[in-house]
Design a protein around this ligand. Sequence first.
Ligand code: NOJ
Length: 565
Amino acid sequence: MKPVFDYRRMSFYQIWIRSFADGNGDGIGDLYGVYDKLEYIHSLGVDGIWFSPIYPSPNADYGYDISDYRNIHPDYGTLEQFRKVLDRAHQMGLKVLLDLVINHTSDEHPWFLESCKGGSPEENPYSDYYIWRDPLFKGEDKLPPNNWYSQFEGLAWEYNEQRGQYYLHVFAKKQPDLNMDNPRVREEVKGIMRFWLEMGVDGFREDVITFISKNMALPNGNPFLPAINGLPFYNNGPNLLDYLQEFRDVAQEYGALQVGEAPFTTTASALRYTTGKHKVLDMMIQFDHMMADCFLTEYVHHRFSLRKLKRAFTKWQNALGKKGWNALYLENHDHPRVISRYGSHKFWKESGKMLAAAYLFQKGTPFIYQGQELGMTNIRLDSIDQYEDVASKHAYHTFFKKEPVSRRLLRIYVSSRDSARTPMQWSRGPYAGFSGVRPWFHVNPNYLRINAESEEKDPDSILHFYRKCLQLRKNSDVLLWGDYHEYFPKSKQLFMYGRRLEGRDEQILVLCSFSRKAIPYRLPKGLDESSAELLLCNYPEKTPHQRGMLRPYETVLLRFIQKSS
Ligand code: NOJ
């Protein structure tokens, strides 16, 4: 058993490759483009990269529907090119994590094509690789085996004519769920892990990992809660810990990192999987803090509530702060851009930086999503046909159908995952410097203002602010290991948190204004700002921070030396 490297000191950069950088001139991001941008990634001060899926996929869910686990999508390059990226990243001291998507495959995966042929497991080893059930009948009409809804596309069951049975798909129809209770399927997973770990990959981000074991009695769910009514039966299923332990054993042969992604996860289950003698994952990607402007799903949009956001932050910091370890993020390929959600377009630069400080100095391992460090924002498109994301399209055609088109498009504008999937804005050049030809997806027209090249030149840019934050975090024991305390939790405009290390006379306080207006603030009892060192502020140096007042979306980092109580 090899211990996993110290991921707690690190931060990671997430690449959603299709929109990152086009290196071979076909309008699609690829591993040639990634290779060319490794210097840039390294220059941010991160310690590793997480690649969203880069494997062959029909792209029903852009890579999360895999048709070959041991290869590279031809759009993105070859295994040889991947090895080059891996080697170069390693030379630079960057770790590389791949996405392990094992809850489901593509319906074009050879396992599924074989499984559709049916037959006994002796005749057809793939027969039980998926979750198949006979239809129920109402007279002549075929009905699915239960009333579960999928997360992306209507009912969770699809009838397959060839086999004469329904298969389960918790996500899109083209993403049939694997039957993890079949030991052969688990052996396949271990083989896939070994394949990449032998190549030198440093670990995995594990997709919807708490869904892989199901209650196979498949009981009906609550009919009034579509979209998630099967959740109690396919999340945290009866054999989950055992299966995760099997995969843990493989990861541990290589000292590989395992980051579990788990929608709807609770602090209790995160503690269960990441601590103690049954530790089967190193950290978990949870969703609570991504719900501060919506209800249950991001398609049911509400006004942003800072108190809701703070409650989520503090809940996770308190629950995992001492015993466990948090994965910190504000953006990824599953959520619209955070400035458009929790910040302000008017105060774009200020709010972009403030949001960085609001999460990067919490206790945990930060993940930064491509373009977040530039302050990229949501894209506004004129028709649903211009969108690509299966979940956005389905939501548009299903929910709020009676509303006028403009209103429904507004809902998609604020909620679509496609906003995080527009081409990376590298420069003011054609197609934002992403590609020499028309890219596969729309470039956000604001690239003339928001792009890496311009931000490199501007010492006051969001990009440089991210670099400063990561530097500060890396060089401060208090920021790495200190306890988290939230102050003034009831405030609707101010998020204030402190980090303090037991036995040290130092406290770092992070003040974040979420207000469009200037607001007064006071410090927690016993702290006097005149004795504090200002470590960071998101306004330019020539307009210094004034004690007692925060300008719109101002953030400051203050360091106090005091006797610890
Ligand atoms: C979570 C992934 O992050 C998301 O992009 C994907 O659609 C679902 N899991 C299904 O794989």
